[in-house]
Write a protein that binds this ligand. Structure first.
Ligand SMILES: NC(=O)c1ccc[n+]([C@@H]2O[C@H](COP(=O)([O-])OP(=O)(O)OC[C@H]3O[C@@H](n4cnc5c(N)ncnc54)[C@H](OP(=O)(O)O)[C@@H]3O)[C@@H](O)[C@H]2O)c1
Length: 323
């Protein structure tokens, strides 16, 4: 590769709506020591990308840049081919088919990205295609809740049709938990296919009135609250959520319960991204995890993909194909 090598990348310089994104020609990055150059074949547009583009919630700017974004290219999920090796990289070889997440620097909405070889990246197991391997974002967030479950525990997952919810059902089952999934009419068959033990159609039935109790209730779409769900919880049961909740109630209640020495409300943040991606690769290899995919767009139409993801109506994952 020469100094003049250029690539297509989707860039943005100011927070705001999807129209702030534009497809540009930029130099191909060069891997430094310990990095791999990944030729991206598939990525996703997910709720992390849309929230980061809009700097929502506002305090997220503490990490992503106060006035302007620190990173110019979004894209957290990637699948592609190792196309260059920095000094000292031994874990991967040129041509390896890999996938993973880039939660700190993003950068996958481009033809190439440089990432740490020690980071959240693993070889794609078996014969998963690139567009079937971009499964990390939702699963990683889901793992922060499903990691609280032990074998035989009962959990209810509200919103089991999104990227996080579909992953949560599979990860909870892989931990031996009993799963009740709450979805709308159009996702009943999906929830069954994912292995949920019981399925509730929230359009037909008020799931908070089913008269059962759970070790864990997970609001996987930020559409309910601890107040609505508290009678579903066993005495030591935990309520977790992906979002702050009405009037930041999930954060405030989490702090309150922390002070009173119980941890009954949490907005958990996932840890150990490299370890999680390796675990996910194992689950995929064993046939215990498969992404749920909605639709795909070419990189050139990424603005349209952002608009669709922002509707909050996607089923699982929206893929961007990068050729
Ligand atoms: N701030 C961040 O950086 C960040 C990052 C990632 C995720 N999150 C949060 O995590 C949550 C989940 O993310 P995601 O990517 O998994 O979401 P998603 O894929 O966009 O979720 C969409 C799904 O939720 C279902 N849904 C919509 N309204 C519902 C309701 N009232 N009850 C039950 N299901 C409903 C939709 O189907 P139906 O409408 O047909 O039911 C759709 O299948 C979001 O609330 C997002 O804000 C935040």
């Amino acid at each position: 590769m020469t100094d003049a090598a250029m690539m297509k990348a989707v860039v943005f310089h100011r927070y705001g709506p999807p129209e702030r994104l534009s497809l540009r020609e930029v130099p191909v990055p060069r891997p430094v020591q310990g990095e791999i150059l990944v030729r991206i074949r598939a990525t996703t547009v997910n709720r992390t990308d849309t929230a980061t583009l809009r700097a929502h919630p506002f305090f997220a700017r503490a990490m992503t840049g106060l006035l302007r974004p620190k990173m110019q290219t979004l894209g957290m999920d990637f699948a592609g081919i190792v196309d260059g090796l920095g000094v000292g990289v031994t874990a991967f070889q040129l041509g390896d088919r890999i996938f993973g997440i880039s939660p700190d620097v993003f950068g996958a909405h481009a033809e190439y990205v440089c990432l740490s070889a020690d980071g959240p990246v693993a070889r794609i197991p078996g014969d998963f295609r690139f567009d079937e391997a971009v499964v990390g974002e939702g699963a990683w967030y889901a793992s922060s809740t499903t990691g609280l479950l032990s074998e035989g525990q009962r959990c209810l997952i509200y919103g089991a049709s999104g990227a996080i919810g579909t992953a949560a059902v599979q990860l909870a089952k892989s931990r031996g938990a009993e799963v009740t999934a709450v979805v709308g009419q159009r996702h009943l068959a999906l929830a069954e296919r994912l292995g949920a033990d019981k399925i509730i159609n929230y359009e037909d039935e008020n799931f908070t009135e089913i008269g059962e109790t759970f070790d864990l209730v997970f609001d996987a779409v930020g559409k309910t609250s601890w107040f609505a769900c508290r009678k579903l919880l066993k005495p030591n049961g935990i309520f977790t959520a992906t979002d702050l909740g009405p009037y930041w109630s999930n954060i405030l209640l989490g702090m309150w319960f922390g002070i009173t020495s119980s941890r009954r409300v949490r907005v958990p943040y996932p840890e150990d991204p490299p370890g999680f991606v390796r675990h996910l690769a194992n689950l995929m290899a064993e046939g215990r995890f498969r992404g749920v995919f909605d639709r795909s767009y070419p990189l050139e139409n990424i603005v349209e993909a952002f608009r669709y993801v922002e509707t909050g109506q996607k089923t699982g994952i929206v893929v961007i194909n990068v050729q």
